[in-house]
Write a protein that binds this ligand. Structure first.
Ligand SMILES: Cc1ncc(C[n+]2csc(CCOP(=O)(O)OP(=O)(O)O)c2C)c(N)n1
Ligand SMILES: CC(=O)[C@@H](O)[C@H](O)COP(=O)(O)O
Ligand SMILES: [Mg+2]
Length: 677
């Protein structure tokens, strides 16, 4: 039987704000500028906990959405941060907090980059301007920050597993609480989401999954799953929910404002009503619904949360909703920087830099394009990070050699392994923190078979405002214990370019590990060179040759510049001689150079890395000296390892994080003084 969701029957639900609310006009505004002055938000200001929403009428909830959106715009201008996704879930967040009894009921966000409205409604409104800053709110939900943050997150595709775990534990303990997971169409491309859905059906768990489908990941949504979602749109049907929670198939009502062209993916077949992946694997499916229509969401979610077993409610939203520039450019507005301070009129404009420094990701992008022109075997893979990894030019110039595999790090690695078996040379561009997802694949599928795969590992080290979830500080440790792996760490942008080339040219598995943002500003010197593998460089020798204390400062990657500055200070203050060594390679280590340094009468050795101390490059040096070095048996300099201490480093500006770890120049100097005293 077909029925319109606007029929009287489908409106008869019980909560006060939901009755006959469907007829209410939407007040949704679209803004074109980010306010610099805190907007008036009387309704929002009255909410200190989600329970305060209980008194709201449907009309007030709609008005609240406008206030909240405007407040988010203002706050993002003050703090920067993830932008488009947050604007897109304003209505959904309000409705969830209206209908559910958090923190008793569990709201689980996927990725968590869209949880700003959730933070605002759960007592953190006045702190939102501090988000991502040192000592401010975290960029993502975090259990330590609020009881309303049920599960810490930052990496994607975890919500259904975590939510299922909660649901099963609650069932086991006889505690009837609702668990609602909110997952985007991008996050759902991650394999874990499917593993969890498979299990949820097996367990017949009570679990409400809300699929927030905005047809966007960071880039445009891609892949078979995305086509499937587009097909659900193209079919023109909707699976509505009856008052008793039964699916009712009907013609989808007109949904104003959604960009149909974006969703119109290449369909192989005419969309069939019965083609529904979620239903096929055993979920009860409802949707698609307009995720910006508060009355509709209230009606549907109130009923859906009472349905037993695993339920998926599919809503359409617009990324960047309500801010015209973000709606037009959702990729560019995925995240924004905070607004620059307003200049008084008589301030002269800042002088333009002649040559802006390249970010490491841009260096990688340039390398990819240059190399692809000369070598047609080069193929490049990204798990959903095309823009961030600097691959947009390459994707445009070489579309047939560019593979965005969606949020699928494990697959990205094994895909490369498979490619390498067929005589091409794949490069996997991946953020260090996300490579953690592909570790078994790196060992089992790439290294064990010694396949010719290059890993371009971006965002290595501390990444700043995204905080501990995104810190790429474990890679030396987890890579260097894998046989066959070569690991390079460039000291600057130019060296990055040449090390990428060196590793690419090497027949086997290699990794070049470089940080977020810009380095020292070193210009790229073309043509690409091939460096000697495992060869370090003495950068400089600071201080007098006859100094009684001789320190070898073995610096890795991003720490070479700090090592050089610290060496100047320490040589001056302590009258010692410092050899600053750019180690360049974590594996193989330049053991020849280490032996030479020892033979040279070095009295102290310090290693320096932007990586966890435990198991990192310093550990590699220690292991060599203790287990293999011939010279170290006779001559034992005092050793100190400098790196990130054994704790997770909180968010803040990169410089603040470095200082927190003692990795700024002052911190390094002070640790070297301890060693030398
Ligand atoms: C494992 C992992 N890989 C990549 C990312 C980077 N990332 C953050 S948000 C995002 C897109 C998520 O898309 P979607 O879930 O649809 O959310 P939307 O931004 O569209 O609301 C990506 C790729 C991540 N956080 N975790
Ligand atoms: C939420 C998420 O994982 C990404 O959006 C991430 O914040 C991007 O980081 P970059 O800004 O370093 O590309
Ligand atoms: Mg999305």
């Amino acid at each position: 039987m077909q029925q319109s969701p606007y029929s009287p029957q489908s409106q008869s639900v019980s909560a006060s704000a939901t009755t006959s609310a469907v007829q209410l006009p939407s007040l949704q505004q679209t803004y074109t500028a980010i306010p610099r002055v805190r907007p008036q938000t009387p309704l929002l200001d009255s909410i200190d906990t989600p329970a305060d929403l209980n008194a709201f009428s449907s009309a007030q909830l709609i008005a609240l959405a406008d206030e909240l959106r405007l407040f988010l715009l203002y706050s993002a201008g003050q703090s920067g941060g993830h932008f488009g996704a947050n604007l897109g879930v304003v209505e959904l967040t309000i409705v969830l907090h209206y209908l559910l009894d958090a923190p008793h009921d569990q709201i689980v966000w996927d990725v968590g980059h869209q949880a700003y409205a959730h933070k605002v409604l759960t007592g953190r409104r006045d702190q939102l301007g501090s988000i991502r800053a040192k000592d401010g709110l975290t960029a993502f939900p975090e259990r330590a920050e609020s009881v309303y943050d049920t599960f810490g997150v930052g990496h994607s595709s975890t919500s259904i597993s975590a939510g299922l775990g909660m649901s099963l534990a609650l069932r086991y303990q006889g505690r009837p609480q609702t668990v609602a997971c909110i997952i985007g169409d991008g996050a759902m491309t991650g394999g874990m989401a499917f593993e969890a859905m498979n299990d949820a059906v097996q367990q017949d768990a009570d679990l409400l999954v809300i699929l927030n489908d905005n047809d966007m990941s960071i880039s445009c949504s891609i892949g078979g799953f995305s086509r499937h979602l587009a097909m659900l749109w193209e079919s023109g049907y909707q699976v509505d929910i009856s008052d008793s929670g039964q699916p009712i198939v009907c013609q989808r009502p007109d949904m104003q404002g959604f960009d149909r062209r974006k969703r119109h993916k290449e369909m192989r077949d005419v969309p069939q009503l019965e083609d529904n992946l979620f239903k096929a694997i055993g979920f009860t499916y409802f949707g698609p619904f307009d995720g910006h229509n508060i009355p509709e969401l209230l009606r549907v979610l109130l009923l859906a949360k009472q349905v037993k077993g695993p339920v998926l409610v599919h809503v359409y939203t617009t990324k960047g909703k309500g801010f015209a520039p973000a709606e037009l450019d959702p990729v560019g507005y995925h995240a924004i920087s905070k607004l620059p301070d307003e200049q008084p009129h008589d301030t002269p404009p800042a002088a333009k830099k002649s040559q802006p420094a390249l970010k490491y990701s841009q260096v990688f992008g340039q390398f990819l394009c240059d190399k692809a022109h000369e070598d047609d075997k080069l193929l490049a893979i990204t798990p959903a990070m095309e823009e961030g990894s600097g691959m947009t030019d390459f994707a445009r110039q070489f579309p047939e050699r560019f593979f965005d595999v969606a949020i699928a790090e494990q697959h990205a690695v094994t895909l490369a392994a498979g490619m390498a078996t067929q005589g091409v040379k794949p490069i996997v561009a991946i953020y260090s923190t996300f490579l953690q997802r592909g570790y078994d694949q790196l060992i089992h599928d790439v290294a064990l078979q010694d396949l010719d795969v290059t890993f371009a590992i971006d965002r290595a080290g501390l990444v700043g405002e995204d905080g501990a979830t995104h810190a790429g500080v474990f890679d030396f440790a987890f890579l260097r214990c894998v046989p066959n792996m070569l690991i390079a760490a460039p000291k600057d942008e130019n060296e990055c370019y040449h090390l990428l080339n060196t590793c690419y040219e090497y027949q086997g598995c290699t990794a070049v590990r470089y940080p977020r943002g810009v380095g020292t500003g070193a210009a790229i010197e073309r043509p690409a060179q091939t460096y000697d593998i495992g060869k370090a460089m003495i950068e400089s020798v600071v201080g007098r040759d006859d100094a009684p204390l001789k320190l070898a400062l073995l610096a890795f990657g991003s720490m070479v510049a700090a090592a050089y500055s610290a060496a100047q200070d320490i040589a001056q203050q302590l009258h010692c001689q410092v050899h600053v060594v750019n180690m360049r390679w974590v594996k193989p280590l330049d053991t020849v150079l280490l032996e030479e340094i020892l033979a040279d009468g070095i009295t102290h050795i310090a290693t320096l890395e932007e990586h966890m101390l435990m198991g990192g490059a310093g550990s590699a040096v220690n292991e060599y000296l203790l287990n293999e070095s011939a010279a170290f048996k006779h001559h034992r300099p005092a050793i100190c390892n400098i790196g990130i201490p054994d704790r997770f480093i909180a968010h803040g500006a990169p410089a603040e994080q470095m200082a927190d770890c003692g990795l700024d120049v002052a911190g390094v100097v002070s640790q070297l003084k301890q060693l030398l005293k």
